[in-house]
Every structure is written in structure tokens, then in C-alpha cells.
Write a new protein. Structure first.
Length: 207
């Protein structure tokens, strides 16, 4: 049954909240009604934070992580090991790995993984810039830290084939993470150990 609203403004707010991932219309209605209980200044602050996020956010020119400047804090940190680059699907994986405190290299955010079913191919990802980084001579090891799904494994293999002719060592996080798991939902201890105990990607092809 189609929900009827006493106000068009309320209905519009519910429609927008319902566009967010994981938010159904009942939850969207609760969020909209909660907004009515906040002061106008509080709602303005909330709305402006979203607007400023969308308009003002930058993507690091080196690793494609989000940041407030041209270069993110991780890439700009002189204490990080620039010879070690961890390849991840998106920004959430950077945050998850950073929370482990086990990785002191740099990152490369692909912006997704190869998924023909979703119409995502290699050209849709930040792969060419990764190739260019490996050709700079500063990178000694690439760590593939993608989710252990079929799409993640497909992307790992594609990257291995793409980078295999370089002199860069290509490793993959240890399979302490169960097959089918996504990196962002893995507990910090398991994820940290998987990073530390990474193995040569070529060895996994022999299994």
C-alpha cells in the first residue's frame, strides 16, 4: 500500500533519505521526523556538512584516496615507506587497514573491482596510474589487498598479468580472511595478520 504523507515537504525528505544505501522507507521516515525535532541551526549544520563534503572533497593525485588537499596525509607523510604500495578497492579498505596499525607503506585506491556483471571493466578503474607508479622506480613491492570474492580474485589476476613484466614484487594478503569476505568487514587482528603474513601472488597460482 502506498504511504500517504501529510506534507509534500516530508514526502520529499523521505524520498531523499530512502536513496541512501541500506535505508528503507520506514527508516527514512524516522530520519525525516527526527530532523523536525532538531533546531534549524542543527539541521543547517548537518545539511552544510553534506554539501561541503560533496563540493569540497579532493582525491589524492598519488593514490586516489579522499583528502582535503591535492596530496593525502598518508602520501605526504615522510615516515611512510614509499617503496611499498597496498592496492585496495576503495577508501573504506584504506581506513580498515590503517586501523590495524600493521602497515606503514602507501596505498593505491582502484575505485572498484572488475565486475562484468555490473559493467565495470579495467578502464573504469585506476589501473593505468598504478602501472605508472610501478614504472617510477620507487616502488619495490605491490600488495594486493582486495576482497576474497570472485570479482576480487579476477581483479588480482588481471593486475598480476598487467604488472608481472615489471621488476616489482607482487604479493597478496594471507588468506586468514575467509573466501568471500570483504575487507571492510574483517576484524582488525585478522586483517593485520593477513597484511603482515602476505605471500607472493605467483605462489597462489600454483595451488
Amino acid at each position: 500500500m502506498l504511504q500517504k504523507y501529510p506534507s509534500v515537504l516530508l514526502e520529499n525528505a523521505v524520498n531523499e533519505f530512502a536513496k541512501l544505501p541500506g535505508i528503507g522507507r520506514k527508516t527514512a521516515l524516522r530520519l525525516a521526523l527526527h530532523s523536525l525535532k532538531r533546531t534549524v541551526d542543527e539541521v543547517d549544520t548537518f545539511g552544510n556538512a553534506i554539501i561541503h563534503l560533496r563540493k569540497g572533497i579532493n582525491y589524492c593525485k598519488v593514490c586516489h584516496n579522499i583528502c582535503d588537499t591535492e596530496i593525502c596525509n598518508i602520501c605526504a607523510d615522510p615516515s611512510r615507506d614509499e617503496s611499498l604500495v597496498c592496492v585496495v578497492e576503495n577508501i573504506k579498505e584504506v581506513m580498515a587497514i590503517e586501523n590495524t596499525g600493521q602497515f606503514r607503506g602507501l596505498y593505491h585506491v582502484l575505485g572498484g573491482i572488475i565486475s562484468p556483471m555490473d559493467g565495470i571493466g579495467p578502464s573504469d578503474l585506476q589501473i593505468e596510474s598504478l602501472v605508472q607508479r610501478t614504472q617510477s622506480g620507487r616502488v619495490k613491492e605491490i600488495v594486493l589487498a582486495l576482497s576474497t570474492t570472485m570479482e576480487g580474485d579476477t581483479t588480482n589476476f588481471y593486475l598480476y598479468r598487467k604488472l608481472n613484466d615489471s621488476k616489482v614484487k607482487i604479493s597478496i594478503i594471507a588468506r586468514g580472511i575467509s573466501i568471500g569476505d570483504e575487507i571492510e568487514y574483517t576484524d582488525e587482528i585478522t586483517l593485520g595478520r593477513s597484511i603482515v603474513n602476505r605471500v607472493n601472488f605467483s605462489d597462489t597460482l600454483k595451488l
